[in-house]
Write a protein that binds this ligand. Structure first.
Ligand code: GSH
Length: 215
């Protein structure tokens, strides 16, 4: 299998399936396409039908969307328990993933993922604050129902889908309630996340729009 991704530092959609695949122990090769570089267009043309990352190549199968890749891994490694056993929990986790996949556009635009640094003095604007509050509500509800340490008890697709949010909240120094803080700490301590951050630190590309200035 080959997983085509963007920059470790900035590509939050790439991070999600990559973490899940590392977590499960899938044997795969990473193809990295640095975004906004001279050869990005040609590389996307070669590997990515929708000209976006991530893309999974598994033999003849080409899957061009982060959530679809996570679903495929959860199906193929069904023993890994990447979705909750109980139908109601599974449905709630899927609703959270769908909300993440389709929403939080202010958080995504104004708090770009940046695994290489922290930003001091960041103050979210009102739209971003409203979305952060919604994220916290989702985390607190899931964690209080499951008892943690992961959103639905054990690590699953939903934790991988929200892992870049844990990264962003840390980068921008956003304070959240205790249960959410503990979940963020668990995400940052996950071996796959530690490896991703190390690979990010090894990168040298800088994408200026994703570099928010300290206040
Ligand atoms: N819905 C897609 C979104 C993927 C996406 O927006 N990827 C960004 C990088 S994180 C990208 O490929 N940008 C390059 C471009 O649009 O030219 C998914 O979830 O996989």
């Amino acid at each position: 299998m080959k997983l085509v991704i963007g920059n470790y530092t900035y590509s939050s959609w790439s991070m999600r399936p990559w973490l899940l695949m590392r977590h499960v122990g899938v044997d795969f090769e990473t193809v990295r396409i640095p975004l906004f570089a001279d050869d990005t267009e040609a590389m996307l043309e070669k590997w990515c039908p929708a000209k976006q990352v991530p893309v999974l190549h598994d033999g003849p199968l080409v899957l061009w969307d982060s959530l679809a890749i996570c679903e495929y891994i959860a199906d193929k490694w069904s023993d890994a328990g990447l979705w909750s056993e109980a139908a109601a929990d599974r449905a709630r986790a899927r609703a959270m993933c769908a909300e993440m996949h389709a929403g939080f556009r202010h958080v995504r635009r104004k708090m770009p993922m940046n695994c290489r640094r922290t930003v001091s003095g960041f103050t979210p604007d009102l739209d971003t604050r409203i979305e952060i509050n919604r994220l916290v509500q989702l985390f607190e509800d899931a964690l209080q129902t499951s008892g943690g340490p992961w959103l639905f008890g054990s690590f699953g697709v939903v934790d991988a889908m929200f892992a870049p949010i844990a990264s962003r909240l840390t980068t921008y120094g956003v304070r959240v309630p205790d249960d959410s803080t503990r979940w963020i700490q668990s995400v940052l301590a996950h071996p796959a996340v530690i490896e991703w951050y190390q690979l990010s630190r090894d990168e040298s590309e800088v994408i200026e729009p994703a570099e928010i200035a300290d206040a």
